[in-house]
Design a protein around this ligand. Structure first.
Ligand code: F6P
Length: 557
């Protein structure tokens, strides 16, 4: 494998250190000194309008960040990803989520196969199936059309579909609803199924590996629920054949392991494949998005994929100084490595994007939470940030206090759309306008703050002036779109995928493996016998775990 360049040994890193040492952040002064600052740092990327001007940067910083990208050979690494090189070195895999959104007439040959043809074969199968469900041609075992689609999956096999489904609710077909089961906490399955009619419910079992404990357990519980409920309603006979027939009508699967799908009892005809060169957290644009394709239809899903592709093309071909994912990834490096930022807020001023921060948590933190570089040597700088957030304005009334006046620097991305799905008035006031006034106000307040003199001028008693001062210079990026279309949602996802990639390359890590989730999974299997009362297994546990499990065993009714 190519040994990653150690970013901290580059000239650009040294330049950035010098620039940081000399930097006295003063966004008020910077905007006054340069009337074109907003324009200079605002970019259009497909349908996204992105303002970076309220970040703690000047042209010298941006130039040094771009030199850093060159010095860590980012252009070559990017090309390696797009062309299918095995850049996921610890799993020896290509990383080709970008191939999932290539148009049908494109060609990308990997290991002797044109993967674009494979991708479109599966898309065609998904779309044909989605059409059958949407039209009512696909019927449950009792001859009724499907009204509820339940996606059973976890991590990338859940967070992407649920986030996109919620984001695109205005585009879903009337009379069709999706639900999602992910957690192995039986409450999730029980509550999700509680009021469903089995005869109108279709389950999608989504699992890249088809070995994930949570998903297979939930799938088995759902299968039992379905068969029991159909039998109780007299919809199926008490025979294996009848049960197999019901499963065929009510269960489909999405996986790279089609042999395991068959073992579970799902007809391979009703299985939708993808490939090990698609990471779980990069998979919503593969067959993993089947629930979304059913909800919004093939045309909507094509539009969604088109949004990703537009951003892919931008990232691959746009010159560095206007390349938005590149600039945003480098900005994150600037804050993490030179300002010691520990977290990054993502604040959608769009209720439909309420699961976007949760989705980004897996994308960014499973990708970049690493302590060794791709060649196994220790990292040479901090990596990864904690991504978090809630939709505005709810966050304003909860945690914004800390962003405005706390001691930590928290870069924040604000996301909003100009045109709401529900144009509504409160008296004469356009409610969306009021909403967006908050969006604009927050980034201005964070950037420009309020001085002690301004606080005093409002007649504030001297004793509480310090508490009412806002220092400002809290960095934000504003991302806007005309409306939240399927394409825009695809664009937003691809933007953050590539931001994550850029950071991973600077840090020299493999952003596409996830070994950090393995140990806990393995230990859970080892501890399970103790939880079920095996005294010998209990005795093998460490004292704290032993004591906790013992307490559980005594307390469990
Ligand atoms: O445990 C982490 C993980 O492997 C994620 O990367 C993945 O998205 C999730 O589990 C689910 O995996 P699968 O789709 O194979 O069930």
């Amino acid at each position: 494998m190519t040994t990653p360049v150690d970013a901290t040994t580059t000239e650009a890193w040294e330049d950035l250190r010098t620039l940081k040492d000399a930097l006295v952040p003063d966004l008020r002064a910077w905007f006054t000194a340069d009337p074109s600052r907003a324009e200079k740092f605002t970019f259009d990327l497909a349908d996204l309008h992105i303002d970076l001007s309220k970040n703690l940067i000047d042209t010298d910083v941006v130039d040094a960040l771009l030199r850093l990208a060159d010095q860590v050979q980012l252009p070559a690494r990017r090309e390696a990803m797009f062309s299918g090189e095995r850049i996921n070195v610890t799993e020896d895999r290509s990383v080709l989520h970008t191939a999932l959104r290539l148009p049908a007439d494109a060609e990308l040959v990997v290991d002797g196969r044109n993967v674009v043809a494979d991708v479109h074969e599966v898309l065609d199968k998904m779309f044909a199936f989605a059409d059958r469900v949407r039209s009512g041609e696909w019927k449950g075992v009792s001859g009724k059309r499907i009204e509820t689609v339940v996606n059973i999956g976890i991590g990338g096999s859940d967070l992407g579909p649920v986030m996109v489904y919620e984001a695109l609710l205005p585009y879903k077909q009337q009379g069709l609803t999706c639900r999602f089961i992910s957690n192995i906490d039986p409450a999730d399955c029980a509550e999700t199924l509680a009021d469903l009619d089995p005869s109108t419910t279709l389950f999608i079992v989504a699992s890249k590996t088809f070995t994930t404990l949570e998903t297979l357990t939930n799938a088995r519980m759902a299968r039992d629920w379905l068969l029991r409920a159909l039998a109780a309603d007299g919809e199926i006979a008490d025979t294996d054949e009848a049960r197999r027939g019901a499963i065929a009508k009510h269960f489909v699967a999405v996986s790279t392991a089609l042999d395991k799908v068959a073992e579970f009892g799902i007809d391979p005809v009703n299985a939708f494949g993808f490939w090990n060169w698609v990471g779980g957290r990069y998979s919503v644009d593969s067959a993993v998005g089947l629930s979304v394709a059913i909800a919004i239809g093939p045309d909507g899903f094509r539009d969604f994929l088109g949004g990703f592709h537009a951003v892919d093309e931008h990232f691959r071909t746009t010159p560095a100084e206007r390349n938005v994912p590149l600039l945003m990834g480098l900005l994150n490096v600037w804050y993490v490595n030179f300002f010691d930022a520990h977290s990054h807020a993502v604040l959608p001023y769009a209720q439909y994007l309420h699961r976007f921060p949760a989705y980004l948590q897996q994308l960014t933190m499973e990708s970049n939470g690493k302590s060794v570089r791709a060649d196994g040597t220790p990292v040479t700088s901090q990596t990864g940030e904690i991504f978090w957030g809630e939709p505005g304005t709810n966050g304003q009334h909860a945690f914004y206090q800390l962003i405005h006046q706390g001691t930590r620097l928290i870069p924040a991305d604000f996301i909003a759309v100009a045109n709401p799905a529900h144009p509504t008035k409160d008296g004469d006031a356009d409610v969306h306008g009021l909403f967006l006034a908050n969006f604009f106000a927050q980034t201005a307040a964070l950037a420009f703050g309020k001085t002690a003199d301004e606080v005093r001028a409002e007649g504030t008693p001297e004793a509480i002036v310090p508490a009412r001062v806002f220092k400002g210079n809290r960095p934000t990026t504003s991302i806007m779109a005309a409306e939240l279309t399927p394409s825009v949602v695809g664009q937003l996802i691809a933007l953050y995928e590539h931001i994550t990639f850029v950071q991973g390359i600077v840090w020299g890590i493999d952003s596409f493996d996830q070994w950090g989730v393995e140990l806990g999974k393995k230990l859970a299997l080892e501890i399970a016998p103790a939880v079920f009362g095996d005294a010998e297994a209990l005795s093998r546990q460490d004292p704290s775990t032993r004591s906790l499990v013992s307490w559980y065993l005594e307390t469990r009714a």
